[in-house]
Structures are given as structure tokens and as C-alpha cells.
Design a protein around this ligand. Structure first.
Ligand code: SAH
Length: 266
């Protein structure tokens, strides 16, 4: 029986229901192989194609949150034993420490219209989230896992890789969804780094965003607003480089330089 037939797919909620259960099982395995938390939070369970493998797993307690009332009603009926674990709400607007009183792993076939916002919320909540396995549109998944000097490499790559080790797991074809999205999808795993980078997050985000705002300019020009002396940038070999050439480690160094300089001069 296709359980999904009872929930109409709603485009404005980014709903594309995965129909291939072996792919769903592989995504969940991508999480369970690494999961050490007592809780798992699923964003956007929809018709429960991932949830069906999560609920029976006694290694953790699964909470699933969806913004679609019809999905929530459907899931509560389909899994009466787990009805209180299905929440109606907006993940982005949720206070995660209120939702789950502990650390948790994050999973989902994410609604593609809010991919970046999900990543930024993950980064902001990283203290609570040691592991994330999720499906994004392929382009976003590639961006998160991208290496320097590629066209996919950008703000999301640097920020995510500073806090998490990112692995691109596999690509998912558009034809295994109902309705099929216009693009392929990619599944990635993010494992939080053992040691958080020793850097002030506000400065770090600001430097990375500013550098990539003019990604084809050399850093000396792209970072002009920070008014760092050329000699200082020169000293560290940053002056003639472009944002897309720097690893996250170099961005951390660069941020420290700018922050120190800014604090001494501002
Ligand atoms: N996991 C399901 C559904 C994926 S579609 C599957 O793989 O088939 C994305 C799901 O995210 C939809 O169910 C949609 O209602 C839900 N969603 C969209 N925006 C959301 C938000 N802000 N918070 C929680 N869920 C959201």
C-alpha cells in the first residue's frame, strides 16, 4: 500500500515524497551508523518514508516535526504508538532546546525551499547537534561538501566545514519522488568536529560572507571595508588570493587577523 496517497503533495511546502523505500533505508542507515545521541529529530517527515525506519529503532527516540497539518494527522494515525512524537510546527521557528532537552541527531529529506536556512540553523544549534544526515537538492549538497577552487565552493561550504566534517554520500534521481522535483538530490552527512574552531563566530561569518560577496575579486579588495593594512595581508600571503582559494582553516586565520586588527584600531 502506498501510504503517501492520503496526503496531497503541496508545492509551497516543498513537498516531494520519496517513493523508493530502499533509498529511504539507505539515508536512515547513513545516520544510524554514526548516531550516538539519545534523540533523533526528523524535519519534514511528510508521509513517513524515513520515519518508518526511525520509530522502530530503539537506539534512540525519534521526534518528527512537520509544518503540514495533513501530514501530521496522517502520521499520528499511521503510528498511534508514536503519536506524541509527531509534532506540528515550523522547524525554523522552533526553539530546539525547548523541543528536545538534550543533544540530538538531525535527519530529513529537507524541503528544498529552506535548505540554506536549515544549514544556518544547524550551525547556530551545533552545540546540541553532533550529527546531521540530510537530503538537499544536489547542488546544495555539493556546495556543502565542496573543496576550494571549485565553482561550488562558497559561504555555506566554509561555514559548515569549519564546524562539521562533511561527507557526500550519494545522489538521488528525481524520478523516485512524487511529484518529481526539477533537480536531482544529494545526501550528505555532517559529523561535528571534536574540537570546535577557536574563533569568534560573529567575526568569522562576517569575514567569510564579505569575502564571497565579491568572490572573483582579490581579498585585498573584497575585504576593503575592514581596512586591514596591506602588509598584514601580505605577511600571511592572503593579499592576492581570492575567497574561493582559501580553506576553512585559512579563513579562520584570516578572521583572527582581521579581528585583532579591528579591535586594536576600532
Ligand atoms: N520526508 C518526506 C517528505 C519530504 S518533503 C519524504 O522523504 O517523502 C519535505 C517535507 O518538509 C514536507 O512534508 C513539508 O511539509 C515539510 N516542511 C516544509 N517546510 C517545513 C518547516 N519549515 N518545518 C517543518 N517541516 C517543513
Amino acid at each position: 500500500m502506498n501510504k503517501g496517497t492520503q496526503v496531497r503533495a503541496k508545492k509551497h511546502l516543498g513537498q516531494h515524497f520519496l517513493t523508493d523505500h530502499s533509498i529511504a533505508a539507505a539515508i536512515v542507515k547513513g545516520l544510524t551508523d554514526f548516531c550516538e545521541t539519545e534523540y533523533v529529530l526528523e524535519i519534514g517527515p511528510g508521509t513517513g518514508v524515513l520515519t518508518q525506519f526511525l520509530f522502530p529503532n530503539s537506539g534512540f527516540k525519534t521526534i518528527a516535526i512537520d509544518i503540514d497539518e495533513e501530514s501530521v494527522t496522517y502520521l499520528k494515525q499511521a503510528y498511534p504508538m508514536h503519536a506524541d512524537q509527531v509534532l506540528f510546527g515550523d522547524f525554523l521557528a522552533s526553539d530546539l532546546s525547548q523541543l528536545i532537552p538534550n543533544t540530538f541527531s538531525l535527519i530529513g529529506n529537507f524541503p528544498y525551499n529552506i535548505s540554506s536556512q536549515i544549514v544556518f540553523k544547524l550551525l547556530a544549534s551545533r552545540n546540541q547537534i553532533p550529527l546531521m544526515v540530510g537530503m538537499f537538492q544536489k547542488e546544495v549538497a555539493e556546495r556543502l561538501a565542496a573543496s576550494p577552487r571549485t565553482k561550488e565552493y562558497g559561504i555555506l561550504s566554509v561555514l559548515t566545514q569549519a564546524y562539521y566534517d562533511v561527507t557526500y554520500l550519494f545522489t538521488v534521481d528525481e524520478h523516485v519522488f512524487n511529484p518529481p522535483p526539477k533537480v536531482k538530490s544529494g545526501v550528505i552527512r555532517c559529523v561535528r568536529k571534536q574540537l570546535p574552531p577557536a574563533i569568534d563566530e560573529k567575526w568569522f561569518f562576517k569575514v567569510v560572507k564579505t569575502a564571497f560577496n565579491q568572490r572573483r575579486k582579490k581579498l585585498r579588495n573584497a575585504l576593503q571595508q575592514f581596512k586591514v593594512k596591506d602588509e598584514l595581508l601580505q605577511e600571511h600571503n592572503f593579499i592576492n588570493k581570492r575567497a574561493e582559494e582559501l580553506t576553512y582553516v585559512e579563513f579562520i586565520e584570516l578572521t583572527k587577523l582581521i579581528q585583532q586588527y579591528g579591535e586594536n584600531n576600532g
